[in-house]
Design a protein around this ligand. Structure first.
Ligand SMILES: [Ca+2]
Ligand SMILES: [Ca+2]
Length: 292
């Protein structure tokens, strides 16, 4: 009786083993993907030279056949003086998932207002440790040129402290100068960004036609008038910035042209009293400043 039970049990185990081995046999037919590595093709369309503006390019690695495991493609900067993270960025690794046939990475260029020369970056896509992928490592070099903005940012400052009738006075508080933009024929061009109550005044010249422009100072308020007959000058210091080309370059209005405490302000019929500060010459995207 016991023997019969044991033999039945053994028979049962044998049957299970047969079923299991049959199942195993059945699955092998599906595994056609394991035999060979995929051949990879890189599509890279980043220009070899470009100007630094915020731009994103995509690049793709395509397989000629899917793999049963993920394919990893490593990407790194191998040369060049451009800095990853500030000048450019690039995907560090493309992972093509199992059974997929392509993966995409990004190469980004960042714009900035820094004054700098052309920088370069050499990117290597793929390395020698590629498994289940036949892709010769490739390098691409991109020259990143400096961006120069076609605009001029101007700050006009006449701040400082003077003594008026024995009292210390802040020129920014006591004096309000406005800066107007005139053309070569002395027409007021109606650009009043620097004709406000602010000290310093701030003006952005953008999209100007080629030609010469004259910036003139007008005394809107003057509460720094010595009663002893002495004269205090209000010379304007100009800080000029053209993003990518120069930054906070200083131009000092000549003392001879500076408004002073004896000039009339608006309240004393000074609406038409102007003193020259600088001439701006626009030629294409170049802005040249000349002290008057
Ligand atoms: Ca720059
Ligand atoms: Ca003003």
């Amino acid at each position: 009786m016991i023997n019969k039970k044991i033999s039945s049990y053994l028979l049962f185990l044998a049957l299970l083993a047969t079923i299991a081995s049959c199942n195993k046999e059945d699955y092998t037919g599906y595994s056609t993907l394991t035999a060979t590595d995929a051949k990879g093709t890189l599509s890279w369309s980043v220009p070899t030279a470009l100007t630094e503006t915020d731009t994103t390019f995509t690049f793709t690695v395509t397989l000629d056949k899917p793999q049963i495991a993920d394919v990893h493609i490593f990407i790194s900067q191998t040369d060049g003086n451009a800095t990853q993270g500030s000048d450019f960025d690039v995907t560090g690794e493309i992972i093509i998932p199992a059974y997929a046939t392509s993966g995409t990475g990004e190469f980004k260029v960042f714009g900035d207002a820094e004054v700098e020369g052309t920088e370069s970056v050499t990117i290597q896509i793929g390395d020698n440790s590629l498994s289940n992928l036949d892709l010769e490592p490739q390098t691409h070099t991109v020259q990143i040129g400096n961006y120069v903005a076609p605009m001029l940012d101007l700050v006009f400052d006449w701040g400082g402290t003077v003594t008026v009738d024995g009292t210390e006075v802040s020129l920014c508080t006591a004096v309000d100068i406005d800066v107007y933009v005139f053309d070569v024929d002395e027409n007021d061009l109606g650009i009043y960004g620097a004709a406000t109550g602010a000290c310093p005044e701030h003006l952005v010249l953008d999209g100007m036609d080629d030609g010469d422009y004259y910036l003139w100072a007008n005394l809107y308020v003057n509460d720094a008038r010595p009663t002893d007959g002495s004269v205090i000058g209000f010379p304007v210091t100009v800080y000029a910035t053209q993003p990518g080309l120069f930054e906070n370059t200083v131009y000092n209005q000549s003392e001879a042209n500076a408004l002073n405490s004896s000039d009339p302000d608006y309240a004393t019929d000074g609406a038409n009293t102007f003193k020259p500060i600088v001439k701006i010459t626009v030629s294409g995207s170049n802005y040249t400043i000349t002290v008057l």
